[in-house]
Write a protein that binds this ligand. Structure first.
Ligand code: NDP
Length: 243
């Protein structure tokens, strides 16, 4: 633990894709960044090493967002490692597709467990240890507004729940000056879309998908002091996909 750290962030799901870009961006902004992973241990430690090699501070923590005990341990480890908590980004999420005739009970439960229950518990636990005036950001999805293709009903439901959740939580945490906002990316170049990038690009008005760094840039703005009057909002960054 060090006394000279100005700001500390915790990113749930920071080992790959959008979450990894958020870890890197916040580290470049001067945050000490703790982040979780569930299975990608080597990727997580590589990111930790890269941030430290650039003179930053990072800590990879194994924690399954489906398990409340893991979430509690991750928040405690972040605070023990860096001394406090100013910003939390809840990015961990899973995407499984099937039309309603084929959705299994297991997939339904797992998506609700990670994308809704896990998000809520992450916010709840982190808020309990966070400084007043802190920032909470969820990563929802533009499919909360419009999906446009079959097979995503459960995922769409989970992301709509996140957009609704931040409104109520924003009101609960407003007396402490903590803002709670939701960034809704459109199709982004990550493992989640493996094999589908060309199709998604052709469907996009801008004829490309987002780069993870573009989503991280919005998150960096939302955690900034300048964004202090925005709370309960969902910000869509999807290249015009849902227009
Ligand atoms: P990736 O699959 O590339 O990465 C997912 C990240 O979340 C990984 O770091 C993964 O850890 C972590 N994660 C997954 N499950 C858990 C869990 N149970 N506990 C802890 N961490 C977990 O996904 P993306 O970067 O594409 O997506 C990130 C977020 O953005 C998700 O919430 C997704 O729904 C949302 N999103 C993505 C879009 C896209 O087009 N890519 C569009 C709109 C929203 P590990 O590496 O250990 O598996």
């Amino acid at each position: 633990m060090s006394d000279d750290i100005e700001k500390v962030a915790l990113v749930f799901g920071g080992s790959r894709g959008i979450g990894a870009a958020i870890v890197e961006r916040l580290a470049r902004e001067g945050y000490a960044v703790a982040f979780t992973y569930v299975s990608s241990e080597s990727a997580a430690y590589e990111i930790e090493e890269q941030v430290i090699a650039r003179g930053g501070r990072a800590k990879a923590i194994r924690a399954d967002s489906g398990k409340a005990d893991d979430i509690r341990a991750a928040v405690s480890t972040a605070v023990e490692s860096f001394g406090k908590l100013d910003a939390v980004v809840v990015n961990a999420g899973i995407f499984r597709t099937a039309t309603i005739d084929a959705v299994t009970e297991a997939d339904l439960d797992e998506m609700l467990r990670i994308n809704v229950r896990g998000v809520y518990l992450s916010i709840q636990v982190a808020a309990g240890q966070m400084n007043d005036g802190g920032r909470i950001v969820t990563i929802g999805s533009n499919v909360a507004i419009r999906t446009g293709f079959p097979g995503a009903s459960v995922y769409q439901m989970t992301k709509a729940a996140v957009a609704a959740m931040v409104k109520g939580v924003a009101l609960d945490l407003a007396p402490r000056g903590i803002t709670v906002n939701n960034v809704q990316p459109g199709p982004t170049d990550t493992d989640i879309n493996a094999g589908g990038i060309d199709t998604l690009s052709s469907m996009s008005p801008l004829k490309r998908v987002a780069r993870p760094a573009e989503i991280a840039g919005i998150v960096a703005y939302v955690v900034n002091d300048e964004a202090g009057y925005m709370t309960g909002a969902s910000l869509t960054i999807d290249g015009g996909f849902t227009l």
